[in-house]
Structures are given as structure tokens and as C-alpha cells.
Design a protein around this ligand. Structure first.
Ligand code: NAD
Length: 310
């Protein structure tokens, strides 16, 4: 018995779950509210989740579970410790979205630098010359060539983002718990977190959410950043203390921020970033081009096959 708890986000209808069907009886729910999780997987043996949390309580209640597939790279929605205690493997899909997420991080950066959306809307509203004035005053354009991008978490997505930044003529400073010095070059250097904070014009977050990284962008670390720096977060919302970021945007300490992820998703109406100055927010979609969703689903099937084959 195989249950997909929230298949809609991955496959709104343009792909197929057929691959899973050869391994058992498959039930795909579009979405599952928290209070229905245990009921829906009470007799399931393999469970798949994209964003629906699987808690210790759920694992205690659902004794038949033998395998959990996370339809994503970040696996913080599953209580992995509780799964391990029960010898249930938790399998994520690490590489499907490297190109998509790094491209999105750069899209957010370019939007902060060019405000294409704002200008297009202003022109369509009949305000050609106002839009031209705004590119000096309200929405100043920024050139990236020669600037420095700091990347916190220099793994797959971080490195791919670094390569794209270098293509724009940027220098890259990387901070990672496990540096791979072979990657260093004239335009790419590993540094300490403090040096990265102090020297970067743009900081992009690509580390996983761990207790050691939660709140890594906080008041104290923002104070170390350059005045007028920009922040991108396509990793996980809780890496950022959102009130501290909102304060820094509203005071003008930071020139802009663009986040694809927030502390609680969907975003709560009182999230301070909703009203912060120069803050772009997208609804956790960096991973979602059809190409990467297909890669994710194919790898999910491969992983289950490997598990079934021992
Ligand atoms: P990865 O494992 O290849 O890279 C993560 C890097 O972070 C590693 O090099 C690791 O050494 C480093 N790291 C771990 N702890 C650290 C710490 N305390 N300080 C500094 N560096 C640390 O993972 P990836 O494929 O590059 O993905 C990165 C993150 O992107 C994921 O954890 C996930 O949260 C996020 N993500 C978001 C989306 C989206 O749609 N927005 C999609 C996929 C992944």
C-alpha cells in the first residue's frame, strides 16, 4: 500500500504517477491536512510527502509504515529521528532541482536589480516616463559585474548559483561547514561566515535547515553585512529571523531581499516581510519547472525500487 499525501504540488496533472503503480496499490491525495495524515496512512507501507509533516506521533500511530519518501531535497518535514528509531528509511531526492533553484535564485537577484515586473506594470498603466524616472529614484537599477556574491552553504545548489553569478562577472565568497578547496579559483574563495557577511554585496542562502543554521540571518549577522546589501533565500524560511530582516529593510540597512521560502508556509498574514520595504516574496516555487518535477518523480520511483530490492 503506497500513499502520496500531497501529490498536487508535484503533479497538478501534467505528469503521471504510473511509475509507482508497479510497486503496489497507490492512493494519491492532492493535499492532506495535518489532522488527516494518520488516518490516511494508518495501513500504508510506503508514504510519500512533499510538504505534509510526518511527526513522531504519526509514526507512533501508523505501525505499518516501512518506507518514507520525501518528494523534495529538504527533509525537515519528517521527524527523521523518530523514523530512525523505528528503522524506517527516509529517502529524499537531492539533485532534481539544482538547475531550477539556482536559476530561480538568480531570477530573484535580477528582479531586485532591474524591477522588470514593476516597470512593465507601470508602462502598461500608461506611465512610460514615470517608469523611466523610477529607475533612478524608486527602483534604482543595479549592475552586478564586479560585485561580490556570498553563498552560505556551498553544496549542489550553492555551487550552481555561484557559477551563474560568475557568469555575470561577480566574485564569489563561499561559506560551508565542509569546504572543498579544490573549487577555489581567482573568482571563488572559501571564507569564514563573518568575512562573507562583511564583504558581500549579495548574500544567497543555500544551506539546509539544521539547528546550527536556524536563524543564521539575524540582527547581529545583519549588522555585520554591508550597508545596502541584498539577501536571497531559496533554501528554508527559518534560516532567517524575519522580524530582524524586515527591520533591516525598513531602516534601509539592506537594499532588498527576495525570498522563496518563509518561516511558516503558507505565509501568515502577520509575517513582517509582507509589509517590509523592497521585499520580493514568491510561494516556494523555485523547484517547480516541469523538467525538475519529472526528474523528482522518476528518482522517487527509482529510490522505492532500490528499497524494494533490498
Ligand atoms: P547540498 O546538501 O548539496 O548542499 C548543502 C550544503 O550546505 C553542503 O555543502 C553542506 O556542507 C552545507 N552546510 C550544512 N550545514 C552547514 C552549516 N551549518 N553552515 C554552512 N554550510 C552548511 O544541498 P542542495 O541540493 O544544495 O540544497 C540546499 C537547500 O536548498 C536544501 O537543504 C533545501 O532546503 C533547499 N531547496 C529549496 C528548494 C526550493 O524550491 N526553494 C528546492 C530544493 C532545495
Amino acid at each position: 500500500k503506497i500513499v502520496v499525501l500531497d501529490g498536487y504540488t508535484l503533479n497538478p496533472g501534467d505528469l503521471s504517477w504510473e511509475g509507482l503503480r508497479k510497486y503496489g496499490e497507490v492512493t494519491v491525495y492532492d493535499r492532506t491536512p495535518a489532522d488527516k495524515v494518520a488516518e490516511r496512512i494508518s495501513d500504508a507501507e510506503a508514504v510519500f510527502t512533499n510538504k505534509t509533516p510526518i511527526t513522531r506521533e504519526t509514526l507512533e500511530a501508523c505501525k505499518s509504515i516501512k518506507y518514507i519518501g520525501v518528494l523534495a531535497t529538504g527533509y525537515n518535514i519528517v521527524d527523521v529521528g523518530a523514523a530512525r528509531e523505528r528503522n524506517i528509511p527516509v529517502c529524499n531526492v537531492p539533485t532534481y532541482g539544482t538547475a531550477a533553484v539556482s536559476q530561480f535564485a538568480i531570477a530573484l537577484l535580477l528582479e531586485m536589480c532591474h524591477h522588470v515586473g514593476e516597470h512593465s506594470q507601470t508602462v502598461k498603466a500608461g506611465d512610460w516616463s514615470n517608469s523611466q524616472d523610477w529607475c533612478y529614484w524608486n527602483y534604482p537599477l543595479v549592475e552586478l559585474d564586479g560585485k561580490t556574491m556570498g553563498i552560505i552553504g556551498f553544496g549542489r545548489i550553492g555551487q550552481a548559483t555561484g557559477r551563474l553569478a560568475q557568469a555575470f562577472g561577480m566574485k564569489v565568497l563561499a561559506y560551508d561547514e565542509h569546504p572543498n578547496h579544490e573549487l577555489e579559483s581567482e573568482t571563488l574563495k572559501y571564507v569564514t561566515l563573518n568575512e562573507l557577511l562583511e564583504k558581500s554585496d549579495v548574500i544567497s542562502l543555500h544551506c539546509p535547515l539544521f539547528p546550527s543554521t536556524e536563524g543564521i540571518i539575524n540582527k547581529d549577522n545583519i549588522a555585520k553585512m554591508k550597508d545596502g546589501a541584498m539577501l536571497i533565500n531559496t533554501s528554508r524560511g527559518p534560516l532567517v529571523v524575519e522580524q530582524d530582516l524586515a527591520d533591516a529593510l525598513n531602516s534601509g540597512k539592506l537594499a532588498g531581499a527576495a525570498v522563496d521560502v518563509v518561516s511558516a508556509e503558507p505565509i501568515k498574514p502577520d509575517n513582517p516581510l509582507l509589509t517590509a520595504k523592497n521585499c520580493i516574496i514568491t510561494p516556494h516555487i523555485a523547484w517547480a519547472p516541469k523538467e525538475s518535477r519529472k526528474r523528482l518523480m522518476d528518482t522517487t520511483v527509482d529510490n522505492l525500487e532500490k528499497f524494494m530490492n533490498g
